[in-house]
Design a protein around this ligand. Structure first.
Ligand SMILES: Cc1cc2nc3c(=O)[nH]c(=O)nc-3n(C[C@H](O)[C@H](O)[C@H](O)COP(=O)(O)O)c2cc1C
Length: 258
C-alpha cells in the first residue's frame, strides 16, 4: 500500500509510478489529514510512504498522522522522500516513527524533484530544462527503487551526520515560526471563491469569508493553495507576483516517459 501526500504533484507522480511498477494501490492522505482520520489501513504488501520534505524534515502534519494511524497487516515500511535535493534529517524522524509503531524500517529513497517553494526568494524557481532533467532522472530512479522494493531490499541513503540533527532540531521550529506567515497571502480580483484552496489545504488553515479565502494560522507553507488555484488568483505579497508557480502538471506532458 502506497500512502502519499502531495501539494504540487511531485510526490503524487512518484507514488503513482511506484504503484504501477509494483502493481500496488495508492491512498492520497489529503482527506485523512484534513479529517484527522486515523482509522485502520490494511496492506498485505509493505507500506510505502511518499512525502515531500519541508525544511529538512518530513511535514509535521504527516508525522502526526503516521504516529497515530493504525497500519495493519504487513509490518514493513519504506519511505520515499520527494525533495529539492536535501532531505535533512527526515530519515531519522521516519526511522523513529517506524520503531514506535513496531514496524520494520526498510529504509528510504531520496528523490530530487523540482523545487516548489514559490513563497520564498531563497529558492528561485528552476529553469524549465532543469525541471525536466530532474523529472526524467527521478523517473529512472523510481523504476530502480521499485525493483529494489520488489526484491525486498532495504533502501540505503546517505549518512546523516550528528551536526545536521544538532542544527536542524532547534532551527526548524524557529525558522518556520518566522517564515511561515499567513498574513502575506492574499487573493486578486480574479478569485471566484471556488473553495479549491480550502479543500486542498491539508491542515484546514483556509476558510471562506464573504466568499473569499482567508488564511488563519499555523500554515505549513506547502504551496497547495497558491500553486493549484485555477484562476492563479492567490499571491504571497512581495514575492510571488512576478514568479511562475510550480505544479508538475505544467510539465508532465514533456517528461520523456509518458
Ligand atoms: C515549505 C517548504 C519547505 C521545503 N523545504 C525543502 C528542504 O528543506 N529541502 C529540499 O530539498 N526541498 C525542500 N522543499 C521542496 C519540496 O520538498 C519539493 O519541491 C517536493 O518535491 C514538493 O513535493 P510536492 O509537489 O509533492 O508537494 C520545500 C518545499 C516547501 C513548500
Amino acid at each position: 500500500m502506497i500512502l502519499y501526500f502531495s501539494a504540487t504533484g511531485n510526490t503524487k507522480y512518484i507514488a503513482n509510478k511506484l504503484a504501477k511498477d509494483l502493481d500496488d494501490e495508492t491512498i492520497n492522505l489529503l482527506k485523512k489529514l484534513k479529517e484527522n482520520d486515523y482509522s485502520k489501513i490494511h496492506s498485505d504488501k509493505p507500506f510505502i510512504v511518499c512525502v515531500p520534505i519541508y525544511t529538512c524534515e518530513t511535514p509535521k502534519f504527516v508525522n502526526k498522522f503516521l504516529r497515530n494511524v493504525e497500519l495493519e497487516g504487513n509490518k514493513e515500511i519504506y519511505f520515499i522522500f520527494s525533495s529539492g535535493g536535501y532531505a535533512g534529517i527526515a530519515n531519522n524522524i521516519c526511522k523513529r516513527i517506524a520503531r514506535k509503531k513496531k514496524m520494520k524500517y526498510m529504509g528510504r529513497k531520496e528523490l530530487t524533484m523540482p523545487r516548489n517553494y514559490v513563497a520564498s526568494n531563497m529558492y528561485p524557481m528552476l529553469p524549465k530544462e532543469e525541471i525536466l532533467r530532474r523529472l526524467n532522472e527521478a523517473t529512472k530512479q523510481i523504476h530502480e527503487t521499485s525493483k529494489q522494493i520488489s526484491n525486498h531490499e532495504v533502501l540505503k541513503g546517505r549518512h546523516i551526520w550528528l551536526f545536521e540533527s544538532i542544527i536542524t532540531i532547534p532551527f526548524v521550529p524557529v525558522w518556520t515560526k518566522i517564515k511561515n506567515k499567513t498574513k502575506k497571502f492574499y487573493t486578486k480580483d480574479s478569485c471566484i471563491g471556488c473553495s479549491k484552496c480550502v479543500n486542498i489545504c491539508p491542515i484546514n488553515n483556509i476558510i471562506l469569508e464573504n466568499g473569499k479565502p482567508k488564511w488563519i494560522t499555523n500554515c505549513a507553507h506547502c504551496m497547495a493553495c497558491i500553486s493549484n488555484c485555477p484562476k492563479n488568483a492567490i499571491e504571497y505579497r512581495g514575492i510571488t507576483e512576478t514568479k511562475e508557480k510550480y505544479t508538475i502538471s505544467k510539465y508532465i506532458d514533456e517528461i520523456d516517459e509518458k
